[in-house]
Design a protein around this ligand. Structure first.
Ligand code: FAD
Ligand code: UDP
Length: 751
């Protein structure tokens, strides 16, 4: 039982609320404290990976939109499914050296190392453990068990004799707690054999050890597990309380909570020499330590004497326990947490704006609060506008997204194996806009990164965009200068009278053979259309080079947010005027929220109920895989232009994020006609349809449309940020506000 569950008996629980579906989460709420206990109900046949993935998803859904003050771990084994949850701090409350326990999972040691590295503050369940872990963390503090004295003091006066104990012989020597490999079963047998006139009462579940291995004697009673509330009644019926622990690796660091509980219950204690018991309680009258069976029996005999004369020792014990209280433990731990949170905030503001969890979720009732703006969609478009409107104009903003997270398609997260990955495919940040880079730099530090792509061809992996190295590798040439390469391409290029389509643009530059090898198959897969059916702007995104520059982009600014996109978004929307609600659709708020203006960043045709028909979007199915090897491929992305390969590209995140990890996560992109709308499809008739929606949008009062989906434009992230900042300027002007550099998100600011 955890420290805090013991703090007071919790009695006012709402009936368990069964979850739906499978897997599901059942929740109970403590009516006194509001504590919610969520119990995941999983298929027991899941393997570890599937179980952690499921738990991760359930947890994310459970806490979506709620502020997380701390991720609090009793065991590192909970890390794999929760490490991506962001909170104000991470606490490792280390209660035992779990790695020494029977059946300890092999992953535990590595996970504990990771947890110690991630934790802001570490607590240990006792001093021995503290001494063992002291060098592993800079902010570590021992918190030996405290005791709810009033609860256990009931044992001194209790007359409620539990039925299963009432008939047992006396005197009674009792133990309560988990009965596992830490118990010295031989010792128990020896005591029972030495004194058939005593009755040994063992209360607690038998765990991990074979019940057959328990010593069976006429004077040993195993009563099974009892509730915390019932323990004082059992204790009341004993003359002496026991701690017959084996002295071995698994008990080296234990700090049994039951020591002060037994004493608070007024019972003399006999224990084997557990380091922390000896250290904290060994010198107290009423506590006896004995290492072997003979000594233990003798100590028990003396303790029985003590039991008859409590006045000779109990007052001194009570004085020693007087300072112990869970409230005091809470106060001290809370203080350590505050310090850790403040330290983290200081560090973060030194590097980036604080990545605190975003604003607390609001209940529907509070939607009645008036907002100046409702922003629909928390991707780049929505988050930038929410930030600018709140921080730049002091507006009260409700930011909603129907997904369970912020960040839109740029959302990234640590997966169950701890690899930082992009849920919606690889997102590489690059821009030539100084304003956009400067604006985003307010919310993140950057890791310089230049993306490199190789295409899988019949001649092996070759650089994409096509450059001199590609030509030499493909055709076995030895082109040594830009001019030679340019001449080679010119000899291949086919004149096209009017360059309109994605086929024209490539053929006119590099000819049919290169087009077919690198562009035709890829584009047909990606778009479900032949390049001749697509606007030239699509393949024109990928240039051809005559030099050996093998970078995918040549923008002046190329870098990844140092702590990931999600952290950057969290910092962006962390403003007192911004309320974030994830898992909420525009439809959920439009009728019941009081607001002046809407910024809509979802699909424009959805907003108008597709009254002119659906705008076509291309979608993708992402197949994420984690491999138990350090690297999967030589660069961030490998393209597969061949039409008979069902995916277009494979991306490996560690190249992109710079993370070190012994495993690696990759994503296959399988294009698809159905699914989330990712790519507006640039074709003249689609543009014409969009124009009809755009006309409606311009006439729609009080709504501003912005972003890739609302503008139906194949925008990169930086273009969306630029568009959002420009939109903000227009909104501010409409209010008659004259803004200066930094207020409009300009790099040349005066703030
Ligand atoms: P989104 O990110 O799509 O955000 C819109 C949000 O609105 C979504 O979260 C959605 O859930 C929400 N929403 C929609 N309708 C509703 C509703 N009715 N109610 C509530 N919420 C709603 N760009 C680059 O610069 N570099 C890259 O490497 C790159 N790679 C990409 C890879 C892939 C696979 C894809 C699909 C895109 C890539 N992009 C890249 C483009 C980039 O994702 C977009 O430019 C950017 O995310 C657009 O931001 P946005 O805010 O306009 O839209
Ligand atoms: N393209 C291609 N072969 C490639 C890479 C790209 O034919 O190896 C074409 C394809 O039509 C693709 C377009 O160029 O959709 C734009 O490529 P980009 O890498 O910019 O696509 P995005 O990252 O936006 O999916």
């Amino acid at each position: 039982m955890s420290r805090f569950a013991q703090q007071r008996p919790v009695i006012f629980w709402e009936e368990p609320r069964p979850g739906e579906g499978d897997p599901r989460v059942e929740t109970r709420v403590c009516l006194e404290t509001g504590v919610v206990v969520a119990t995941p109900m999983l298929d027991p046949n899941l393997d570890d990976e599937a179980r952690d993935a499921t738990l991760g998803r359930l947890l994310t859904e459970l806490i979506a939109g709620r502020p997380v003050r701390a991720r609090w771990y009793y065991t590192p084994m909970m890390l794999p499914f929760s490490r991506s949850v962001s909170g104000a701090c991470v606490v490792y409350d280390c209660m035992d050296e779990l790695a020494n326990f029977k059946f300890a999972p092999p992953a535990l040691v590595a996970l504990e190392r990771e947890l110690l590295a991630a934790a802001d503050v570490v607590f240990t369940g006792g001093y021995s453990l503290y001494e063992a872990k002291r060098s592993a963390h800079g902010d570590i503090h021992p918190f030996p068990s405290s005791v709810d004295r009033d609860h256990f003091a009931k044992a001194r006066a209790s007359r409620d004799t539990p039925a299963d104990q009432a008939g047992l012989g006396t005197p009674r020597l009792g133990f309560y707690g988990v009965i596992d490999e830490r118990m010295d079963l031989d010792l128990i047998a020896a005591v029972a054999d030495a004194r058939p006139d005593w009755t040994l009462v063992l209360v607690g579940p038998v765990v991990k050890i074979d019940p057959e291995a328990l010593p069976r004697r006429a004077n040993i009673a195993y009563l099974g597990g009892k509730s915390y509330a019932a323990l004082p009644d059992y204790l009341a019926g004993w003359d002496v309380a026991l701690m017959p622990f084996a002295i071995n690796e698994s008990t080296r660091f234990i700090s049994p909570t039951k020591t002060p509980e037994y004493l608070a219950g007024g019972r003399p204690v006999v224990s084997t020499p557990i380091t922390d018991v000896v250290r904290h309680y060994g010198a107290l009258p009423g506590v006896r330590i004995a290492a072997d069976a003979e000594g233990f029996v003798a100590a028990c005999a003396e303790a029985l004497e003590d039991a008859r004369r409590p006045e000779t020792w109990l007052p001194r014990v009570d004085a020693a326990l007087a300072d112990l209280s869970w409230d005091e433990t809470f106060r001290a731990m809370n203080g350590r947490m505050e310090t850790a949170i403040a330290r983290r905030a200081r560090q973060a503001s030194a590097d980036i704006k604080v990545a605190l969890p975003y604003a607390p979720a609001i209940r529907p009732a509070s939607r009645q609060r008036p907002f100046d703006y409702v922003v629909v969609g928390a991707g780049f478009a929505g988050s930038v506008l929410a930030e600018r409107l709140a921080a730049g104009l002091g507006k009260r903003v409700l930011l909603v997204d129907r997904r369970p997270h912020i960040g839109g398609n740029a959302y990234d997260e640590y997966n169950a194996d701890g690899v930082l990955m992009h849920r919606y495919g690889p997102h590489i940040f690059h821009t030539n806009s100084e304003d956009v880079a400067a604006y985003l730099s307010r919310f993140t530090r950057w890791r310089p990164y230049e993306h490199r792509v190789l295409a899988r061809t019949s001649a092996g992996l070759l650089p994409m965009p096509i450059n001199r190295t590609t030509l030499n590798g493909l055709y076995g040439l030895n082109l040594t200068s830009d001019d030679e390469a340019a001449a080679f391409l010119a000899s291949r290029a086919e004149p096209v009278a009017s360059v309109r389509t994605s086929e024209d643009v490539v053929i006119s530059a590099i000819g049919r053979d290169l087009y077919e090898r690198f562009f035709r198959g890829y584009t047909r897969k990606q778009w479900g259309l032949d390049p001749s059916e697509l606007d030239k702007s699509v393949t024109a995104r990928v240039p051809t080079r005559v030099n050996t520059d093998d970078r995918y982009f040549t923008d002046s600014f190329q870098a990844m947010p140092a702590a990931g996109y999600t952290r950057m978004f969290e910092a962006m929307v962390d403003h007192p005027n911004i309320t974030v609600e994830t898992g909420v659709d525009w439809e959920d708020v439009r009728g019941e929220t009081v607001f002046d203006h809407v910024v809509y960043t979802g699909p424009i045709d959805d907003y108008f109920d597709q009254r002119f028909g659906a705008l076509p979007y291309r979608s993708l199915r992402f197949r994420h895989e984690t491999h138990d090897q350090e690297w999967f491929q030589p660069v961030g992305t490998v393209n597969y232009p061949a039409e008979d390969v069902p995916y277009t590209r494979v991306s490996e995140y560690k190249h992109i994020t710079g993370q070190s990890h012994r495993k690696t996560t990759i994503t296959y992109e399988h294009p698809s006609a159905t699914g989330d709308p990712y790519y507006p499809i640039p074709r003249p008739e689609n543009q014409a349809l969009y124009k009809r929606y755009e006309a409606l949008a311009l006439a729609e009062r009080g709504v501003t449309f912005v972003g890739r989906l609302a503008s139906y434009r194949y925008y990169n992230m930086d273009q969306v940020v630029g568009q959002a900042l420009a939109t903000f300027r227009r909104l501010a002007e409409r209010e008659g506000r004259v803004l200066k550099g930094a207020e409009i998100g300009s790099a040349v600011g005066d703030a």
